[in-house]
Design a binder for this molecule. Sequence first.
Ligand SMILES: *[C@@H]1O[C@H](CO)[C@@H](O)[C@H](O)[C@H]1NC(C)=O
Ligand SMILES: *[C@@H]1O[C@H](CO)[C@@H](O)[C@H](O)[C@H]1NC(C)=O
Ligand SMILES: *[C@@H]1O[C@H](CO)[C@@H](O)[C@H](O)[C@H]1NC(C)=O
Length: 570
Amino acid sequence: MSFARLLGTLSLVLVVSAGNLVQFEQRKSAPAGFTSKGPAGDDHPLSLRFGLASNNIAGLHEKLASISKPGSPDFRKWLSADEVKAFVAPSEETLKAFNSFASANGLKTTETSPFGEWVTVSMPVAKANKLFGAKYTNFTHADIPDPIMRTLSMSLPSELVNHIDVVHPSTAFALPDPGPRKPIRLGGLPKRAATAPENCDVSDRNPDNVITPACLQALYNIPATPATQENNALLVTGYQNQWAQIDDLQAFMKELRPDYSAGVNQTFLRLAIDHGTNPQLPGKSGIEAQLDIEYVAGIATGVPLQFLTVGGDDFLISLLHTAEFLASTPFPPTVMTTSYGREEPSFGNSLANKICDGYAAASARGVSLLFSSGDGGVNGNHDDPWDCELFVSVFPASCPYVTAVGSTISFNPEIAVNFTGGGFSEYFPLPSYQTAAVDAFLKTVPDGLPNFNRAGRGYPDLSLQGWNYLVTFNGQRIPVSGTSASAPTVAAMISLVNDKLIAAGKPVLGFLNPFVYANPSIFNDILIGHNSGWECPASTAGFDAAEGWDPLSGVGTPDFERLLAAALAT
Ligand SMILES: *[C@@H]1O[C@H](CO)[C@@H](O)[C@H](O)[C@H]1NC(C)=O
Ligand SMILES: *[C@@H]1O[C@H](CO)[C@@H](O)[C@H](O)[C@H]1NC(C)=O
Ligand SMILES: *[C@@H]1O[C@H](CO)[C@@H](O)[C@H](O)[C@H]1NC(C)=O
């Protein structure tokens, strides 16, 4: 056989493969609970978001590891939006590949993200099916009002392979967060609340104690003195029409922070993206929103607060847009807290990774990102149908570029509560900052547990009280429980530390995890607890709290004085 003929054969193969479809993502069936209603309809418009490959995402990860690592020369030299963009933006080559594909197929970009790594293109369903070897189908679910269009299989034209990280919507089926986190009531308000909620005896081991700002201040040595720095902000996110009402907030402050006179006029800056709204209307409080805003206000005395309402009915896109907003805005808050999440499989690997990179970008700006770790113990976050024998991780808590917060209960001793979300990511590998802590824990795990990824990122990172928080909700006082309560309180503590750092002319804490794992002495180690979930019998499989880090309480609960001392020392 001659050389020339061989070359000829090869080039023929190349010609055939250009424009070929290459399998990109697929799933066997829709997740449980979704029902197919047949083809979506050829002419129906479909808005597809393409997550383009960033030109140097590994560079961003490396830079973030360096600027967040105590002792490194560029420690806490947080990046500007332009510096982040230099890593995140797609390469010329990727843009060229995408744009020539789009123009060859008559597709027009309707939206581009601030750093250019996401582009939205609208086309009829039939065209999407043809271009991407897809079969967009309508699926319904009891928890969502309208059918959603998804495909079980998605291919990419060969010229786009390696230029596209993710396409959405395609194979990811995320439900909205189940929150408003159902308030966990213990037969109504415990008696103490009605009598003297401000008298909190933290030496008492009664788990039914009501938590108030005063209890948290006493338990974690949090100062009540107002912050002084204007150049500092703590942002609370609100999704799914969870509205925060100023009236309820002010009533809460008046009652539970009587020592802080300005609390009667407590307010927050209202921000919105994606046409989110937050009307101030009597009776329209969201329980999650109220819990979050009341505990950041009640703990972060005097810190400027922001409430970001994110509109839209696709939770995945809401999370993505929040990360983009934080990473690209000229003056980001120094801390963000989010008490929403879903099981990892409902995001899918590619989308979870791309959103997590959005958090890496926001973290690199110097924003501390706090997320609740979920309220389903080892079994995800109220997933339906519930399987007590299946370990499922919750995202975004499982993203290594955020700080995940679990829950404790009782004072003396403080223990990890059974619903606290925790485990090991299936999508994200173990980050170096927690390798030693996680390896030590894994040695304590007994045989015979359901499958989990021993090489995955472990979460939560830390924890705090999460049981029976007193909340003012539509004029009523109600007790609310969940990791939803723990995350805002940690966020508030971090923002008070930032106030002191700014006053001392130092950079803010920013991405917390490397600092957290390098300073275990800041935390009260939690030694007791089993997170088999609230709904599953205590005898079912879960993890057990252990000395040092564990996937229930993380490294433990923070002591403000020790936290501040460590922050000022570095
Ligand atoms: C599919 O779902 C979309 C969005 O909910 C809806 O507008 C459309 O009419 C549905 N198509 C069919 C064929 O029912
Ligand atoms: C609260 O605001 C009202 C109206 O602006 C003002 O009269 C009052 O002095 C303020 N109270 C405190 C304690 O700042
Ligand atoms: C979870 O903990 C709470 C509080 O201690 C307790 O009331 C509840 O019964 C526990 N649930 C299970 C299934 O053990």
